[in-house]
Design a protein around this ligand. Structure first.
Ligand code: PPE
Length: 307
């Protein structure tokens, strides 16, 4: 994602400021040690106005991530939720991507973060399909990374922490250099974990399978939404440990995530998956997902938060 949004506004520590003024000092703790937790959220332009998808759950996860790293966010969850709505409103955005980030700022250096201030920033911009429009319709090509996800007693992956993405970057760089659109990573024991920024689902004989959250992955909010929607559509969904070769043999494989939404996968490690393009289950789940987020289907789960 590259942008030219210099006319936009950013919410920074309680104030709406110009995009160009949203700066921090180079000696901020976060710059040196990756001391941040963040969220990725989407808002959609529905028939009834702009709605943020599962805002409450994203804000809750932001606070959960902060709790793990002893970062005290100086606002309530509702205050942060309102600041997020406000950021979308002041920028007059319709469908957009929202990035709240909480980090340790300028105070002192040294690994101990506890004496550094906590800053909160919210930005929003238009962001189309994460892995391309083409990929949404026809599927993307991915490769299993030689880099593993961290063991549970190293980097806690339920925290959406900036530093975790150094690990994701290793996998993403390798994938790009190998000509793939995205990487899939295994966990520290060798079971399937997730993509560099997405959760993963397999379809085997009409049943959905996804790694449990003990496979060093993020507890994705889209993952949860897709489990709910799929069960409602009549699918069985099994959360379990998944071996690598099942990826190759599955009828369909797809990614889920806020940025990636529902992205079908057509090949893994140069092996064709199923029919080699978006399969019928991915298509049904993808279209149902878009009907819900875009408000053309009744919001029976209460997932839309109008700004
Ligand atoms: N795993 C990882 C590692 C991850 O980063 C994401 C979101 C997910 C799973 C899916 O989680 P959820 O969005 O709650 O369904 N990745 C975010 C960041 C992407 C980026 O490139 O930056 C996102 O999708 O917003």
């Amino acid at each position: 994602m590259a942008w030219d949004d210099t006319a936009s506004k950013i919410w920074m520590d309680g104030k709406i400021i110009d995009w160009k003024d949203a700066n921090i000092h180079v000696l901020s703790h976060v710059v040196h040690y990756g001391t941040s937790v963040f969220e990725g959220i989407r808002a959609y332009d529905t028939e009834n106005g702009v709605a943020v998808f599962r805002l409450k759950e994203h804000v809750k996860r932001l606070f959960d991530s902060a709790k793990i790293y002893k970062i005290d966010i100086p606002y309530t969850q509702e205050e942060v939720a309102e600041a997020i709505r406000q950021t979308v409103r002041v920028n007059d955005l319709k469908s957009c991507y929202i990035r709240p980030i909480v980090f340790r700022g300028y105070g002192e250096l040294g690994v101990n973060p506890l004496n550094c201030p906590v800053n909160v920033v919210i930005a929003a911009w238009e962001w189309g399909s994460y892995l391309g429009e083409e990929g949404m319709a026809n599927g993307v090509d991915i490769g299993v990374s030689t880099w593993r996800k961290p063991a549970p007693d190293t980097f806690p992956t339920l925290a959406k922490c900036g530093a975790n993405y150094m690990n994701s970057q290793l996998a993403k760089i390798e994938a790009i250099e190998n000509g793939f659109d995205e990487a899939i990573m295994l966990d520290y024991t060798g079971y399937v974990s997730e993509g560099s920024g997405e959760n993963i689902f397999l379809v085997e004989d009409g049943v959905l399978h996804t790694p449990t959250i003990a496979s060093s992955n993020l507890r994705g909010i889209t993952r949860d939404s897709i489990i709910t929607v799929a069960k409602d559509l009549g699918y069985e969904v099994i959360e379990e440990t998944i071996t690598r070769e099942r990826l190759y043999l599955a009828d369909e494989v797809f990614f889920t995530g806020t940025a990636a939404e529902v992205t079908p996968i057509r090949s893994i490690d140069h092996k064709t998956i199923g029919i080699g393009k978006r399969g019928p289950v991915a298509e049904e789940i993808q279209s149902t997902f878009f009907e819900i987020v875009e408000g053309s289907k009744d919001d029976k789960y209460g997932w839309l938060d109008f700004i």
